[in-house]
Design a protein around this ligand. Structure first.
Ligand code: ADP
Ligand code: MG
Length: 699
């Protein structure tokens, strides 16, 4: 009896090392950029494309073009100007062009002799003697023989050290060759694809890796080609499904109902030095209703900076305490956790509630004691960083989890908390808070597992912040202004620039700025706070600033989230042109919290790019976070509003929530259709697209 042919092994199971030429060493390098299987290679998409399918007449070149040209070498010489360089002049009858090499071997120099024909590719710029290409890719051509140009547009991939473009192209070529035997299933049901008018997966993958010469390169480079959108659609659909499943699962989960029980909340409200705004009261009402149910609350509270989210969170925590249960508040930075702890202490301790703070800086005995009190339930409201949810931290009866500035955390961190609170088969209620205003369709996608409440009103008595932009050349003037302000009893922040990516350089810059300002302003008491400082010192500096013992606080962007010092009314932000709108708005939100008029000075280095100029103008024009977000969408380069630093929304590989936002309604419809179909397809789709840590839906 003939053996039945084994079905092809799915590409998601085939390791990259099964590709020709990929040994264990290259396999390990590829794994570092997440390429472990043949499927991973297929979903590793080009960053952009180059057109090397046509040889362009030299005479038609413009600076900035990336083009293929052919020509004969007229002249080759080594020159010594500032640097030794090999210059090679080629001509094709329509014009001539210089090739400039700073690094070259003797053999190379020899091969580039007068009369040789070359085909080159590179970026054209204008040089001292006309147009030139520095270090072109090139090869010599034999005379009288036709040489075919590339048959497809050339994909340019994200690469890593040890894997060159050429190698990556070869790998995707090999992976595409394996695509023929049905090893990669299209998990989206045909009728769903048809309804969304999307091409088939295989066709889309072939297209994005090897677009034909006729493809519209601008469309591809903008990530807007139908083939690219097909893949973005699939990824967004997978995330949407995972969140909806999470939501469905949560709706079946039992939770401890927390209806009003004692008058703790009322007493807290009565003791506050202010009345809740209408928006705060409405949102608290929504939370109260959720908490009274036997299903876990899953609610997001969105509110602009300064809208007063903290006090609403405190009321929710008190409701848990009314039932003899615990609440936990997680903040993204130590600074913020400490500030929350101070606020909660002020509000809750007079009511006899015990508040505890646990951050990474609690170690040894102090940590052990805290953990003991958390486990016994002696601490009723626990505040901390993610340290709260590390291994070994146990609660007695955690009934409510509050996550502040949720965009700083990933979905899976929220889910971890949920598991942490699981007691007697009951899940904790979840309240997440964010100051990142996002448009409704985005919110429905990114937070598909949550109900959303919006605090759309600022507390009364706030004077709008006056925002001015000034070139760095007027820095001295600004420094003088700080002196005058501090002399008249005002307090100020000075936010240091993000000089580069290196953390160390950042702290150093902050230290130098603080020292320089202290020297320039002898009458002003200057403090410094940055993320690297030990928690205790940070805390001491913040307290001193809050109590008015410091006039000027120099800081890195650690103060971007949440910090609340109502008396501070002046903020200077250095190198504002390098920051995104959302971040600048967050930073600026640190002032304008009291009744005196606040000013925010945006210092920039000229010349400003048109987009940077627009950004600064937006901040000058409006104080409203939603308006800032809307204008950000119009302006932004990808990744800014929902930026790479704000990864909490979603970890996306291919799709871009903003660029692809027009796909979202279709994604919602498709998700509903898929949920009515077989679960096995959904499970497979999640395996393909959704990170291990976030694959929560028990499909
Ligand atoms: P955010 O929403 O940015 O987290 P906070 O909760 O830090 O804002 O509140 C900002 C400031 O406004 C705090 O000093 C807080 O005490 C104060 N505040 C909150 N609610 C009110 C209110 N209803 N009336 C007056 N001040 C309020
Ligand atoms: Mg806050």
């Amino acid at each position: 009896m003939p053996a039945a042919a084994a079905p092809p092994e799915p590409l998601e199971l085939r390791p990259v090392t099964s590709l020709r030429g990929v040994g264990p060493a290259l396999g390990a390098t590829l794994a570092r950029i997440g390429l472990r299987t043949v499927q991973d290679v297929l979903f590793h998409l080009p960053l952009r494309y180059e057109d090397r399918t046509r040889v362009v007449p030299i005479g038609s070149l413009r600076p900035g073009d990336r083009a293929v040209v052919e020509g004969e070498i007229q002249l080759a010489e080594v020159v010594f100007r500032r640097r030794r360089a090999l210059l090679c002049r080629i001509a094709d009858g329509s014009g001539s062009l210089t090739l400039r090499f700073f690094h070259f071997s003797a053999a190379q120099q020899e091969s580039l002799a007068r009369g040789t024909r070359l085909r080159c590719f590179g970026e054209v710029r204008s040089g001292p003697g006309g147009l030139e290409i520095v270090h072109p890719e090139y090869r010599t051509l034999a005379h009288g023989v036709g040489h075919p140009a590339s048959e497809t547009l050339t994909p340019v991939y994200p690469i890593t050290e040890g894997v060159q473009q050429g190698r990556m192209r070869m790998l995707t070529g090999l992976a595409l060759a394996q695509l023929t035997d049905g090893g990669l299933r299209d998990w989206i049901e045909p009728q769903v694809l048809a309804a969304a008018r999307m091409p088939k997966l295989e066709a889309a993958l072939r297209y994005v890796h090897r677009p034909p010469p006729s493809a519209e390169i601008e469309l591809l480079n903008a990530g807007r080609h139908p083939a690219q959108r097909r893949l973005a659609f699939e990824e967004l659909l997978a995330h949407q499904l995972s969140l909806r499943l999470l939501r469905q699962a949560a709706e079946r989960d039992p939770a401890r109902a927390l209806p009003r029980r004692t008058d703790l909340v009322e007493r807290c409200l009565a003791a506050l030095p202010f009345a809740l705004t209408g928006a705060q009261a409405r949102v608290w009402g929504e939370i109260e209703t959720d908490l009274a149910r036997e299903r876990p609350m899953m609610r997001l509270v969105q509110g602009d900076v300064g809208s007063g989210k903290t006090v609403v969170a405190a009321l929710a925590a008190l409701r848990a305490v009314e039932h003899g249960a615990q609440a936990a508040v997680m903040a993204p930075t130590e600074l913020l956790a400490e500030q929350h702890a101070r606020n909660f202490l002020g509000w809750l301790e007079p009511l006899g509630v015990r508040v505890g703070l646990l951050t990474g800086r609690h170690t040894g005995k102090a940590r052990a004691a805290l953990m003991q009190d958390l486990a016994s339930g002696a601490i009723q409201v626990a505040i901390g960083t993610h340290a709260l949810f590390q291994e070994g931290v146990a609660f007695d009866q955690l009934a409510l989890v509050i996550v502040d500035e949720q965009h700083r955390f990933g979905v899976h961190q929220r889910l971890q908390l949920r598991e942490k609170g699981l007691a007697d088969g009951r899940y904790p209620h979840q309240l997440v808070m964010t100051a990142t205003p996002i448009p409704r369709t985005l919110a429905m996608t990114a937070y598909a597992d949550l109900d959303v409440s919006i605090i759309d009103e600022l507390p009364p008595g706030r004077t709008p912040i006056r925002t001015v932009a000034m070139p760095g050349t007027r820095r001295d003037e600004v420094v003088q202004r700080i002196e005058a302000a501090c002399r008249s009893g005002r307090q100020a922040y000075w936010v240091c620039p993000l000089i580069d990516e290196s953390e160390d350089a950042r702290y150093q810059a902050a230290e130098e700025t603080a020292a320089a300002l202290a020297a320039a302003l002898p009458g002003v008491r200057v403090g410094l706070v940055h993320g690297r400082m030990p928690g205790r010192r940070k805390d001491a500096v913040m307290t001193a600033f809050k109590q008015g013992q410091l006039d000027l606080l120099v800081a890195t962007t650690v103060i971007e989230v949440g910090v609340d010092v109502p008396q501070a009314s002046l903020m200077v932000i250095e190198n504002a042109e390098r920051m995104g709108l959302a971040q600048l708005h967050q930073l600026r939100g640190r002032v304008g919290r009291g009744s005196v008029e606040s000013t925010c000075v945006l210092l920039y280095e000229a010349p400003l790019s048109p987009v940077a100029r627009e950004r600064l103008a937006v901040l000058r024009d409006t104080n409203d976070g939603f308006e800032v977000a809307r204008r950000d969408l119009d302006l932004r380069g990808p990744g800014e509003l929902l930026g790479t630093r704000q990864t909490g929304l979603m970890q996306l590989k291919v799709a871009d929530l903003v660029r692809d936002s027009d796909l979202l309604p279709e994604v919602q419809r498709a998700a509903a259709l898929m949920l009515a179909g077989p679960r096995a397809n959904i499970a497979a789709l999640l395996r393909r697209w959704v990170g291990e840590g976030e694959r929560f839906g028990k499909v």
